[in-house]
Ligand binder design. Structure first.
Ligand code: GLC
Length: 563
């Protein structure tokens, strides 16, 4: 039996459940088929009822939308697609009145190529101050016709695009770790640093409670930009190579790619920490840093850096008892060692929804997605069972948890999207070889009987919604005992009542078992990842992810009991 203490602290984010809103797909008030800020404001009371503490909004800033808004053309304004700055004020006020905090996304690794700063860099030419703000280089080869190095874009294809000079001749190349419309900044530039401090202050002055920091492991590149070939089974964002997740196969720590997890990024976050500290109210910085192992990721949340980091090691852990136990221990230890809470997350807008992912049988690297031609498509019944059980385990754990819109409805990945509807740059940059992330971004269903299931006042939706999502619409689950929505509500209520988020993990099981069993304060949690039913220990049953037969907990199910 081991107990792991969570380092104490009173800031709200240590124990918060933070719900990710993907503005394009949450609710559309103006009827154009694309979600917007007014749509979010109108639907916020539902999130209050769900029982979350904060929302994180994916980008709603001015953007040509070539990467769904993660290509920002103005960091301090709202894209007309989503509304206006006034609409943001209303949203934030509505949330705060409901006692819901608001975290916004900040995208500092790259801007949109439409951003005035990049346009000025192109216009100013090699050697200019404007170019020094981005990562321009001369090409290799006799006439600079070869890219400066061999780096590949996360979305497929090369990470460099050649520019054309004013006189029409081929010019320098610029780096884009993502789409060619997302040029990477050069964070060695003090000018860039000053601009981003100003962006932080712009939103902090408006009252946001914090930032989710996009690609927080990517801003600094190794000097000289050396060539690098990533391992074939590694996630393109730099996360866990697939082999590391297989029991019994010890993956060697991969060499750090010259564009991820460079030491220099930490100085930037120490600086940002100080900017946030000027403001009252425990504002939070949450890192999207795909770094391995967890002890390395924990560097992003040392006491003078960010406050939270998404626990992607947990997200990537299969539904397997010994592996779950190990990642929970490792997380509590790694984050606990630096005084940060662990976070837990199962879904977001970049990964296959966990109601599908947990039933995948083949390899599926992060970002590749699934679609009609994927071999071994997941069994949706098993997927949903496991997702409900996995969520019930996650929401019992000490620390902060992230939810992604629609998971509380048990939404699976939308597999049958027609090719012409797809928008993810991954799909285009790999000529359809990788489906990408559209399948987890489909607008969510609110009312079964309305057009677009109540998503849009105009009855349309920018990605088509599967017809069978009518059964998963919120109004079909509201108040229905045993529905996924009611399971989430119950788990969130009990989590609060029993102070699970500030508790501890005391293992009660044998570490090789398919059954994960632990005690958190006065609650015992039993998650059966195997196929065989097991008898529950004594104690009043508080929550079950699947109905019991007598005291028997079936496979792929989780129960909470009063100790
Ligand atoms: C992050 C975002 C992802 C985006 C990428 C580039 O990983 O979560 O959606 O495509 O950064 O900004």
């Amino acid at each position: 039996m081991t107990g792991t203490e969570l380092t104490s602290g009173t800031e709200w984010w240590r124990t918060a459940v933070i719900y990710q809103i993907y503005p394009r797909s949450f609710a559309d008030a103006n009827g154009d088929g694309m979600g917007d800020l007014s749509g979010i404001s109108a639907r916020l009371p539902h999130l209050k009822e769900l029982g979350i503490d904060a929302i994180w909004l994916s980008p709603f800033y001015t953007s040509p939308q070539r990467d769904a808004g993660y290509d920002v053309a103005d960091y301090c304004n709202v894209d007309p697609l989503f509304g206006t700055l006034d609409d943001f004020e209303v949203l934030q006020q509505t949330a705060h009145d409901l006692d819901i905090r608001v975290i916004v996304d900040i995208v500092p690794n790259h801007s949109s190529s439409d951003h005035g700063w990049f346009q000025a860099a192109l216009a100013s030419g090699p050697g200019s101050e404007e170019r020094a703000r981005y990562t321009f280089r001369d090409g290799r080869g006799e006439n600079g016709e070869l890219p400066p190095n061999n780096w590949e874009s996360v979305f497929g294809g090369r990470a460099w695009t050649r520019t054309t000079n004013a006189d029409g001749t081929p010019g320098q190349w610029y780096l884009h770790l993502f789409d060619s419309s997302q040029p990477d900044f050069d964070w060695e530039s003090e000018w860039v640093r000053e601009q981003f401090r100003a962006v932080l202050r712009f939103w902090l002055d408006r009252g946001v409670d914090g930032f989710r920091v996009d690609v927080a492991h990517g801003m600094i590149k190794a000097p000289g930009l050396p060539d690098y070939t990533p391992p074939a089974d590694g996630g393109s964002m730099g996360g866990t190579p697939a082999s590391a997740l297989e029991p019994g196969i010890s993956a060697e720590a991969p060499a750090t790619p010259p564009y991820w997890a460079q030491e220099g990024v930490h100085e930037i976050y120490r600086d940002w920490h100080n900017v946030l500290a000027e403001y009252a109210g425990d504002r939070v910085l949450a890192a999207e840093a795909w770094v391995d192992p967890l002890s390395e990721m924990a560097k992003w949340v040392r006491a003078d850096e960010m406050h939270q980091a998404f626990n992607f090691a947990y997200l990537e852990t299969p539904w397997n008892g010994p592996l779950l136990r190990r990642v929970i221990d490792d997380s509590l230890e790694a984050f606990g060692n630096v005084g940060a809470p662990s976070t837990w997350v199962l879904s977001n807008h970049d990964v296959v929804r966990h109601a599908s992912r947990l039933a995948l049988t083949g390899d599926n690297l992060q970002g590749h997605g699934i679609g009609p031609k994927t071999a071994d498509l997941p069994d949706t019944v098993i997927g949903l069972r496991r997702a409900r059980a996995a969520t019930a385990l996650m929401l019992s754990l000490p620390g902060s948890s992230y939810l992604y819109q629609g998971e509380e409805l048990g939404l699976p990945e939308a597999v049958d999207l027609p090719d012409h509807a797809r928008e993810d740059p991954t799909w285009f940059r790999t000529s359809g070889e990788r489906y990408g992330r559209d399948g987890c971004r489909v607008p969510i269903p609110w009312e079964a009987a309305s057009e677009s299931f109540g998503f849009s006042s105009g009855g349309t939706s920018w990605l088509p919604q599967p017809a069978d999502w009518s059964a998963l619409a919120r109004d079909q689950q509201e108040g229905v005992p045993g529905s996924t929505l009611e399971l989430y509500k119950l788990a969130l209520r009990l989590r609060r009542e029993h102070s699970l988020a500030s508790g501890t993990v005391e293992w009660l099981d044998d570490s090789n078992s398919e059954v994960v069993e632990y005690r958190n304060g006065n609650v015992i949690i039993v998650a059966n990842t195997g196929a065989t039913s097991i008898e529950l220990p004594a104690g009043e049953v508080l929550l079950v992810s699947e109905s019991l037969t007598g005291r028997m907990l079936h496979g792929d199910a989780t129960a909470w009991l009063r100790a």
